[in-house]
Ligand binder design. Structure first.
Ligand code: PEP
Ligand code: MN
Length: 271
């Protein structure tokens, strides 16, 4: 179906496994990525990093350049936030990921994190994709708000054509007629991508559902469908998070979700 493209299993049959330090992303590994929606201050990201580590997580996430719907909403701490993210990651032995929204920020962001994220709103920002193709670091590519699977995979193809083979795809829900949930998680994209592409795909049920109590069940469903990893937004006091509070988990709930995630992943790999 995608035979002529670099993202396809025809181009490369074996799963792409992205190795960063001791963490392997792809194949039979389950990678756990967690952190706040936005880095708010130094202390909070350190507390969160500790919670991620204690729950068995691998990668600390945190937004510093935030793509907010309203220009009046908190836009992130910028480079200062990245300094905190890097320090917290190093302190707890976690890899780091953050979103880059502008080609002009790539060089700066690259200095601080292990993985650069392309947000849903930028999935078809082709200038950004082209630049990230040659950035020399893995890219976490989120599915666009209304992107078809083909558009999603072609965005990854842009990165590959421009030289980057280390791509992690992320299903974070798409916009449908449904309004009870923030987005509609497309579970079928996970096995579809696993069948058609060698690239790893993870599930972000936080943005996918927008509702705290739905994060765990949808995360587990994603793993059962074949997701190579999970991304979850967490905060010490979720109600006080400056962005995406309603979908943010507290540390204890997150820890339990991680335990269940590993169980489901073990079951999935032994089926
Ligand atoms: C995020 O992960 O911080 C984010 C903004 O998500 P998305 O791009 O999927 O909306
Ligand atoms: Mn968020």
């Amino acid at each position: 179906m995608f035979g002529e493209f670099k993202i396809s299993r025809k181009y490369k049959n074996n799963d792409t496994i992205i190795k960063i330090k001791k963490t392997e992303i792809g194949g039979d590994n389950l990678v756990i990525i967690a952190g706040p929606c936005s880095i708010e201050n130094r202390e909070m990201i350190f507390k969160i990093a500790k919670a991620v580590k204690e729950a068995g997580g691998h990668i600390l996430r945190g937004g510093a350049f935030k793509p907010r719907t309203s220009p009046y909403d908190f836009q992130g701490l910028g480079e200062e936030g990245l300094v905190f993210l890097k320090e917290a990651g190093e302190m707890y032995g976690l890899l780091t990921v953050t979103e880059v929204v502008d080609t002009r920020d790539i060089e700066t962001v690259k200095k601080y994190v292990d993985i650069l994220q392309v947000g849903a709103r930028n999935m078809q920002n082709f200038a950004l994709l082209k630049e990230l193709g040659s950035c020399g670091k893995p890219v976490l590519l989120k599915r666009g708000l209304s992107a078809t699977i083909k558009e999603f995979l072609m965005a990854a193809e842009y990165l590959m054509v421009h030289g980057n083979e280390e791509i992690i795809l992320c299903e974070r829900g798409i916009r449908t007629f449904e309004t009870m949930t923030r987005n509609t998680v497309d579970i079928s994209v996970i096995p579809f991508v696993r069948q058609q592409s060698h690239l790893p795909i993870i599930i972000d049920a936080s943005h996918g559902t927008g509702i705290r109590t739905l994060v765990e069940p949808v995360t587990l469903a994603g793993i059962m469908a074949g997701a190579n990893g999970i991304m979850i937004e967490i905060h010490e006091v979720p109600e006080e998070a400056v962005s995406d509070s309603e979908q943010t988990l507290d540390f204890e709930t997150f820890k339990i979700t991680c335990e269940k995630s590993r169980k489901v992943h073990n079951l999935k790999t032994t089926l």
